[in-house]
Design a protein around this ligand. Sequence first.
Ligand code: GTP
Length: 414
Amino acid sequence: MRKNKLEVTVVLCLLMITGFIYFMQQHYWHKSFTIDAHTAFEINAISDIGTATGKSKSSYAIENEKIILSCEIIASDYLWPFCELAIQFYDFSSKGAPFGIDLSSFDTVSIYAKYINLAPHGVRFQLRNFNPVYSNLKDDGTLKFNGTEYFLYGKNSRIDIPLTSLQVASWWVFEQKLPMKYAAPELDNIMVLELATGNGIKPGKYQIELDKIVFTGKYFTNENVYIALMSIWINASLFLLLYHSHQKREKLNKLHTQQLRDKVNQDPLTGALNRTGVNSLLLDDIQTLSVAFIDLDFFKKINDSLGHAAGDDILCEFTDLLSQNSRDTDFVARWGGEEFLLLCPNTTLSQMAACTEVIRRMITEHQWPHNIELTASFGLAERGNESLSDFIARADKALYNAKVQGRNRVVIST
Ligand SMILES: Nc1nc2c(ncn2[C@@H]2O[C@H](COP(=O)(O)OP(=O)(O)OP(=O)(O)O)[C@@H](O)[C@H]2O)c(=O)[nH]1
């Protein structure tokens, strides 16, 4: 359960982050850019009178917070008469670096405009882009025509145009002799926005009332948001993978270290503690500590009659017997060939005597392999104000006395 806690937390955090980002992207991370009568950009009224043969006239005025384009279309040799409002994002008289505004990150343009007192008429909307590949500041005809044309209805003045539906005028691509790769709309460096009368407009007087033009979009494209979310999920997964492999390595290292330590402290045959193991025990802090120095009697005979391997089996079985009949807090150690120690913390000498007497009897009654009869001698000591080696030497001396007195007995060190 604890193992999965990190994964659950990470996944919950990711779900929360994903939900938050998705919600913000849908409802809040929106931006807009508005052009209205208060705009700081320069407004110009233009007409075909600026061409070689055109005669139409245009002017603009600000009335009631609206921009009013007044237009008189006059028939002439010029085939495509027009009037237009031009909002300039670049000051062509400045001779500054050719930077307009970047509208490529917006999705939609909403135009609030209408012909005053007239039935629906066509309107051209154009965003003129500068690109040094094909544009030249001295000739505004080289600014790319990204545009569309639609009908303006008298009452319903608003129209929403997705910027993806803008097209580059094909006559312009043809006239500029541009390769096809430049025939697609470009909105990243718009120098002029134009709102003009539509194609085929008849001679006469017209007025267009422009309330505002609003570009709307998202701060981040959906595509970028999805890529960001994906990279968050991928990074979190990588983090979890790395974290787990690191944890696994740590665990293995610990296990190996522990195994190495165990190996150093363990007797390889019986698995009991060896001398190094006994010396590494923190026995100095134990108030009452007793030890039994145990030696199997006439073990040489077993080796001689049954072989060394059988002797080994007996040593292992003897270790098991000692371990099973001692407490979890006691320590069983193999001190030498057939010599063992039973170290019992918090045990007085008399308790030790009672306990070892039981074990001694158990050894004599145990069913040993090959039906051998086995006995052991015990030397006991309780630790006084002495070193560990002096303490064990006293028990060894008591064991010697047990052997001298005839074996198969418990002798207590005085
Ligand atoms: N199988 C086996 N025998 C061992 C091992 N270590 C020591 N021995 C044998 O243990 C025997 C010890 O013999 P002795 O020291 O003479 O003592 P004993 O025959 O037990 O006689 P007492 O101790 O006097 O009762 C020797 O034959 C050793 O070879 C071991 O790891 N495996």
